[in-house]
Design a protein around this ligand. Structure first.
Ligand SMILES: Cc1cc2nc3c(=O)[nH]c(=O)nc-3n(C[C@H](O)[C@H](O)[C@H](O)COP(=O)(O)O)c2cc1C
Length: 195
């Protein structure tokens, strides 16, 4: 377990290769709790989570997610050689990269701060996951995934209220292979001002 918070933030990386090992229930509950305690606009606690805790289900929804990737405006994009993303490797079939557990984060439709609300939850979750020794990755295309006919069927089956919209996913599992090192930061991103 990692204890220094700043070191933990620096060392956490997005993992896109997972082993078959799934999460212990107690760890999953802590990660969910971390998301529930995220800062939220106006104190409204409007986000909700759908926890996909089944490898086959994750694979099916992950394939829908990958199918929503628009490649036409990605020219020159590059994410990671160590942990290739859908952008780097078009042969990857699932946007969830074989993770055993994926949490879909939903936020209230038509609420000004629905995106930041959802991503605050996601950030809390990935940090708690890393604290517990669990690998993770935040993945986009939430709206697109559930705008497909197949995606809509899942929302109906799961009884997700129509007022909610998926903003992102948090993949969880154990890294298959070496965990990548700390990534260098770009210079010149901070201005300190006094007047
Ligand atoms: C808003 C947001 C959307 C992201 N979407 C994806 C995604 O769809 N697929 C993916 O593989 N990684 C996604 N990521 C992970 C980023 O690619 C990753 O955080 C970035 O490359 C930096 O690497 P690191 O997390 O290892 O430091 C996303 C991250 C954020 C914050």
């Amino acid at each position: 377990m990692k204890n220094d918070l700043l070191e933990l933030m620096k060392e956490r990386r997005s993992i896109r290769k997972y082993t078959d090992q799934t999460l212990r229930e107690a760890d999953l509950q802590k990660i969910i709790e971390a998301g529930l305690y995220a800062p939220n606009a106006g104190g409204g606690q409007r986000s909700m989570f759908v926890v996909m805790n089944d490898r086959d289900l994750v694979e099916r929804v992950g394939r829908i997610n990958a199918g929503c990737m628009r490649r036409d405006h990605l020219a020159g994009s590059y994410v990671s050689a160590e942990q290739p993303s859908l952008i780097d490797d078009p042969t990857i079939k699932s946007g969830f990269y074989g993770a055993p557990v994926v949490i879909a984060i939903f936020a209230q439709k038509n609420f000004l701060y629905n995106i930041p609300d959802a991503f605050c939850c996601a950030e809390n979750m990935v940090l708690e996951a890393y604290h517990l020794g669990i690998a993770s990755c935040i993945v986009a295309r939430g709206e697109e995934t559930f705008a497909t006919a197949e995606g809509k069927r899942y929302l109906e089956a799961w009884k997700v209220p129509e007022t909610m919209e998926c903003k992102c996913f948090v993949l969880l599992g154990y890294a298959d292979g070496a965990y990548p090192g700390v990534k260098k930061r770009r210079e010149g991103r901070v201005l300190v001002v006094t007047e």
